[in-house]
Write a protein that binds this ligand. Structure first.
Ligand SMILES: C[S@@+](CC[C@H](N)C(=O)[O-])C[C@H]1O[C@@H](n2cnc3c(N)ncnc32)[C@H](O)[C@@H]1O
Length: 258
């Protein structure tokens, strides 16, 4: 049995696919409408283009969940420059895509995922599915899942060496709520801890919120087209306390320099 990390925004993918099929049918049916041939052609073409756009977006989203995200997760984990003994938090872990990838790099450490398990945001989203994926990838004993809201996380200050979030923070509808989630991530990270957030929206706000908190080592990549909608990654390091050595080894990930 292979791990299954689910389909993101399954309702959106389904609606795009259905819309594409409906528009393709309409393109054929429109040819029978009793209007001048030139008008029929314009109408049919419009429906055909709509069908093409909807189907392309649905297919790209499917590819993103099944393939693109597997590639992107390694880039985000690379950017954390883990040594192998850290405690890593995955915020909005869903079925454990980044959580499990982090745990695989932590032979002496552990990974904790927090989520509200919204099935609207990811198909089959539940803690049992996440733990099953961890089991199938051979890292179950290094993975813990916690049910909770990322805006108010049940963890003490400075309890993680690194944190990741994949396609999760943008699901919070309000700007204040998203800022609160980013502040929570900053709070639970140790000084010198690193964060990697990949998301399809909101990345400018995440960057600005971290800078408002006094983070100076924070940057955002360009768009990554392996995913649809294309995403960007925010990478940052929480300022170490003065006189304290950074928690993580210092590297600049070559894949994330833009
Ligand atoms: C699109 S899924 C991505 C899941 C996973 N990170 C991945 O990349 O496969 C978004 C996740 O964010 C979670 N989520 C949304 N709002 C949340 C909140 N306020 N607190 C915790 N998790 C949340 C959802 O339940 C869902 O699992």
């Amino acid at each position: 049995m292979r791990p299954d990390y689910g389909l993101d925004a399954p309702g959106v993918v389904r609606n795009l696919a259905l819309g594409g099929v409906a528009a393709a049918l309409a393109a054929f049916v429109f040819q029978a409408v009793p209007i001048p041939q030139a008008d029929r052609d314009i109408g049919s073409s419009w429906f055909a283009v709509t069908a093409l756009i909807c189907m392309t977006e649905a297919g790209w989203m499917l590819y993103s969940s099944r393939r693109g995200k597997l590639r992107m997760r390694e880039k985000v984990i690379d950017a954390l420059a883990l040594r192998g003994n850290e405690r890593v938090l995955d915020v909005g872990c869903g079925r454990g895509l980044l959580l499990v990838a982090a745990a695989k790099r932590l032979p002496q450490g552990g990974a904790v995922g927090i989520d509200l398990w919204s099935a609207r945001d990811q198909s089959g989203n539940k803690p049992e599915a996440t733990l099953q994926n961890a089991r199938l990838e051979g890292v179950e004993e290094r993975v813990t899942v916690v049910t909770g809201d990322m805006r108010e996380m049940p963890f003490p200050d400075a309890s993680f060496d690194a944190a990741v979030a994949s396609l999760s923070i943008h699901n919070i509808p309000s700007r204040d709520g998203r800022a609160q989630a980013v502040k929570e991530i900053a709070r639970v990270l140790k000084p010198g801890g690193r964060v990697g957030i990949m998301d399809i929206a909101g990345t400018r706000q995440y960057l600005e919120t971290l800078r408002e908190l006094g983070w100076t080592d924070v940057r955002r990549t360009g768009f990554r087209l392996q995913m649809f909608p294309p995403l960007r990654i925010v990478i940052g390091t929480k300022p170490p306390k003065s006189g304290q050595a950074p928690t993580l080894k210092s590297t600049t990930s070559p894949s994330l320099t833009r």
